[in-house]
Design a protein around this ligand. Structure first.
Ligand code: C2E
Ligand code: CA
Ligand code: CA
Ligand code: CA
Length: 278
């Protein structure tokens, strides 16, 4: 029994080591990527359900390897959050997204909003508003073209402070969306105090719409949001039946593979040109 215990200890230690090594490798890769400009921004179109027209885009970060491979954020964002590198990545994404959108606006291809994800650490930066002001000024993007997506977890860390920051952002004309709604420690008491424009219902709830219970749940969230005068975006819509059901429930906007997957800047330019011709 004793030797077994020792083995277990060794095994545990070894897997912990592997994890630590992997984490360190990722941290180095991210540092290298920041230096060499390997981070790119993809854009996922969102569709207005009533008009069927483009409602805006969400900016989603990608790591492009020197060989042209695309690494999704799920694999590096958690490490970047831990190491704090997410702050620098976030700034890069914000700058690139504002710059690209300004270009599409100038070409007459786009007039909506770009939604950029903010991590908790970014949202709590004491100079967040100043940083955003500087980026908007440099890129010459009017603030009303920018939307920021914040999760429940981020705002619930310190609601009074969050409300304060959110008010400052809203005062600049920036729109605010609550991301992944329903997956965190949401508080209905706070929801009405947050100066939000939009609520994004997490994909998990949209997937659940196969059942009557799931549809009731989405219906309830929709009612709460509309009572608070918030527009509702459904995430991860893939099937035409989901769109039909969401339309019946008077959802405002859908985002998902049904309409479009996230596109590179070049692909989105083509998408916008095709939209214009229609
Ligand atoms: P999110 O903010 O909830 O973004 C939506 C995710 O769902 C994206 O994954 C998108 O590609 C994916 N998606 C959209 N439609 C569908 C669909 O119909 N089916 C399925 N299966 N998936 C769909 P992505 O791009 O891999 O990003 C994952 C997460 O990484 C994001 O989730 C967000 O939390 C984080 N993230 C991405 N970019 C950034 C960023 O610039 N900053 C920060 N802080 N986080 C980011
Ligand atoms: Ca998001
Ligand atoms: Ca989301
Ligand atoms: Ca999500």
């Amino acid at each position: 029994a004793k030797s077994q215990g020792a083995n277990r200890y060794l095994f545990f230690n070894d897997s912990m080591n592997k994890q630590a090594v992997k984490r360190l490798q990722l941290e180095n890769l991210i540092r290298h990527g920041l230096k060499e400009d390997y981070f790119a921004v993809y854009y996922q179109p969102k569709m207005n359900i009533v008009s069927g027209q483009l409602a805006g885009v969400e900016a989603l970060v990608r790591f492009i390897t020197p060989k042209g491979g695309v690494i999704s954020p799920a694999s590096f964002i958690p490490v970047a959050e831990e190491t704090g590198q997410i702050i620098e990545i976030g700034e890069v994404v914000l700058r690139k997204a504002c710059q690209a959108v300004k270009g599409w606006i100038d070409q007459g291809l786009f007039h909506g909003r770009v939604a950029v994800n903010l991590s908790s650490r970014q949202f709590s930066l004491p100079f967040l508003c100043e940083q955003i002001d500087e980026i908007l000024q440099q890129t010459e993007l009017p603030s009303y073209h920018l939307e920021l997506e914040i999760t429940e977890g981020t705002v619930m860390q310190s609601p009074p402070q969050a409300i304060d920051t959110m008010k400052k952002l809203r005062a600049r004309g920036i729109h605010l969306a609550m991301d992944d709604f329903g997956t965190g420690y949401s508080s209905l008491a706070y929801l009405k105090q947050f100066p939000l424009n939009t609520l994004k219902i997490d994909k998990a709830f949209i997937d659940d719409m196969k059942s009557a219970r799931g549809r009731n749940m989405v219906d309830t969230i929709m009612t709460i949001a509309h009572n608070l005068s918030l527009s509702v975006v459904a995430e991860g819509v893939e099937q035409p039946e989901q769109l039909q059901q969401l339309s019946k429930l008077r959802c405002d906007v859908i985002q998902g593979y049904y309409y479009s997957k996230p596109l590179s800047a070049q692909e989105l330019t083509q998408f916008l040109q095709q939209q214009k011709q229609r």
